[in-house]
Design a protein around this ligand. Structure first.
Ligand code: DGJ
Length: 310
């Protein structure tokens, strides 16, 4: 049984590196993608097996193949600074969906150049298989906007991209093109001037539930939830979810398990040490899985020491 906040191990006893990620059900299998900041890695992929999470591949790395698309973008995955040093990019919040139209697995993410956090771009990568070596298509500002914490949400035939913008003051919503390689329509801005990030969305019984955190760097804070009848409609006023630290976690994604429960999957950045010592070490970051009880109007986060459903 996995413990909330700890660094979980894969079936080979190695730490799982899949932070700020997503869960994809495809072909009867369950994949977990997330940030991997070890070595030359950016994003790794794991598969859920009867024995636990099995490492499959470092699907995006410093050395990933690159290919431009119709979207004007910056293909840099390394930044050379004045001293000649080559700095790794910061790749955060990778989310992957399968595009029926193209047969491609499409990853969207938050890109920064690793020198400062001023690029505020989204980035896109694709692959013909769920855990092959993704091809990097570059980073860009959607309609020229800042784009930081983000997520994807597939609603029938349509796919939406949510991203924190305007220095995280607004949560932008975009409809993607039907090949998922670009934004196609700006839907609007949610929670304007409310400083929300780490968006995670699920649809249950016709209701759309979105969880977001406040913005306090790597420190946990009060998450909120909001509900709508339409993914591109009006969302309710944010209400608190969990306690003032969201049980020492920040949202990464929501999913429905085989029993129909909604699971909140989050990161405990810096692991349990950060909350005790105040000294941040990304490498100690752990994971949290809590059950959410949702009646269509109110969401309740159920605290536990043991990870729920993992
Ligand atoms: C909180 C965000 O959710 C993370 O993705 C990361 O950008 C950190 N802030 C950096 O402080």
């Amino acid at each position: 049984m996995m413990k909330n906040g700890e660094k979980w191990l894969d079936v080979d006893g190695k730490p799982i590196e899949a932070h700020g990620g997503c869960r994809l059900n495809y072909g009867g299998k369950i994949y977990w993608y997330g940030e991997d900041r070890t070595g030359d890695n950016y994003v790794s992929c794991y598969e859920k097996t009867a024995k636990g999470w099995k490492f499959l591949n470092n699907v995006l790395t410093v050395n990933s193949p690159k290919q431009p698309t119709r979207v004007k973008s910056d293909l840099s995955l390394i930044t050379e600074v004045a001293s000649g040093e080559k700095v790794h990019a910061i790749i955060e919040r990778p989310k992957v969906l399968y595009c029926e139209k193209t047969g491609k697995f499409v990853m969207w993410m938050h890109y920064e150049n690793g020198v400062d956090r001023k690029c505020a771009r989204c980035a896109v990568a694709t692959c013909d298989t769920p855990y092959g070596d993704f091809v990097y298509h570059g980073s860009f500002n959607p309609y020229g906007n800042d784009s930081r914490d983000c997520t994807l949400f597939k609603d029938g035939e349509k796919v939406y991209f949510f991203s924190s913008s305007r220095s995280n003051l607004d949560m932008h919503v975009y409809l993607l093109a039907d090949d998922y390689l670009n934004v196609n329509k700006f839907i609007g801005a949610l929670f304007s001037n409310e400083l929300r990030e780490a968006p995670a969305i699920i649809k249950k019984n016709g209701k759309y539930l979105i969880v977001t955190s406040y913005c306090t760097g790597w420190k946990p804070n009060q998450s909120t939830f909001s509900v709508s009848d339409s993914i591109d409609g009006v969302f309710s006023v944010n209400q608190n979810l969990g306690d003032e630290n969201t049980y020492f976690s920040q949202s990464a994604f929501l999913y429905e398990n085989e029993q129909g429960d909604i699971v909140y999957f989050g990161d405990r950045w810096g692991g349990n040490d950060f909350n005790k010592t105040g000294v941040f070490d990304y490498a100690k970051s752990g994971y949290c899985a809590y059950k959410i009880e949702f009646d269509g109007k109110t969401a309740t986060l159920i605290r536990s020491e043991d990870a729920f459903n993992e």
